[in-house]
Design a protein around this ligand. Structure first.
Ligand code: C5P
Length: 247
């Protein structure tokens, strides 16, 4: 499968017309667009509908994390919007995840819709052991914590998890190959890392076996997103041949 089929473009911008322009420009290069907190808070559900009307899939990245009743009601709404995927935070616990999964399934059956895939955010890719232990007070190392959360997500009926490239092979070993892995924190070795700490290059991420790769700033910071995709494809080919060098 070409890497572009695994690509989820993070539309982390507040502006609907720019978002739709990017979707248009990337026609033929990207099929899945991620709507996160910024775009959704600014534009609302119309942006989901507008992107879906263009025949594209939407990953609604709102990371539901609330009491089970509230999160499961929000999951029913996400299912009704017809999104391809949405996510919940595994830190919301087993009951919250299970009720989100059940409510998305019931709503989809009742309304004759395809059930969205639901993935659980494990440990944010912007966090390292330092924040996990020192600030949040979790004393497992990152891999163990991700493993624990992925296994709980699977038992609760989720389809996969969001994690860094470094945990993908462990997750697949523990939960099986069909359990999806969605990986943000992708960075070329030549570009700024921003706030992403557990990052990896695209070729490392694909090698680890990620099902989906999320890319935002490395595409959107370039004037022309198609050119950005072409550059990533070139980088990927030379990395795979061991010839990659930053200009
Ligand atoms: O710009 P960049 O490629 O770092 O964007 C990554 C995207 O993935 C952002 O939209 C961010 O909200 C999202 N994300 C993440 N880490 C997670 C879950 C989602 O970076 N664990």
């Amino acid at each position: 499968m070409s890497w572009e089929k695994r690509l989820m473009v993070a539309l982390d911008i507040p502006d609907a017309s720019r978002a739709l322009d990017i979707v248009e420009k990337l026609n033929g290069h990207a099929e899945i667009f991620k709507i996160g907190l910024e775009l959704f808070s600014s534009v609302g559900p119309q942006i989901v509908e507008a992107i879906q009307r263009k025949g594209k899939k939407v990953f609604l990245d709102l990371k539901f994390h609330d009491i089970p009743n509230t999160a499961s009601n929000a999951s029913a709404v996400a299912a009704r919007l017809g999104v391809f995927m949405f996510n919940v935070h595994t830190f919301g616990g087993f009951e919250m995840m299970k009720r989100c999964s059940d409510s998305a399934s019931e709503t989809s059956i009742k309304e004759g819709l395809q059930r969205p895939k639901i993935v659980g955010v494990t440990v944010l890719t912007s966090l390292t052991i330092k924040e996990l232990k020192g600030e949040i007070g979790i004393h497992r190392d990152v891999k163990d914590q991700v493993r624990h959360l992925a296994s709980m997500a699977q038992k609760a009926g989720l389809d996969g998890v969001v994690a860094s490239a470094h945990e993908v092979s462990e997750i697949k070993r523990l939960c099986g190959n069909n359990f999806l892995t969605v990986v943000p924190g992708i960075r070329s070795s030549c570009f700024p890392t921003d706030d992403q700490k557990r990052r990896a290059t695209i070729s490392e991420t694909l090698r680890e076996g990620a099902d989906y790769i999320v890319m935002g700033r490395s595409l959107l910071k370039q004037e022309d997103p198609v050119r950005a995709i072409e550059l990533i494809s070139d980088e990927l080919k030379s990395e795979q041949k061991g010839l990659f060098k930053c200009n």
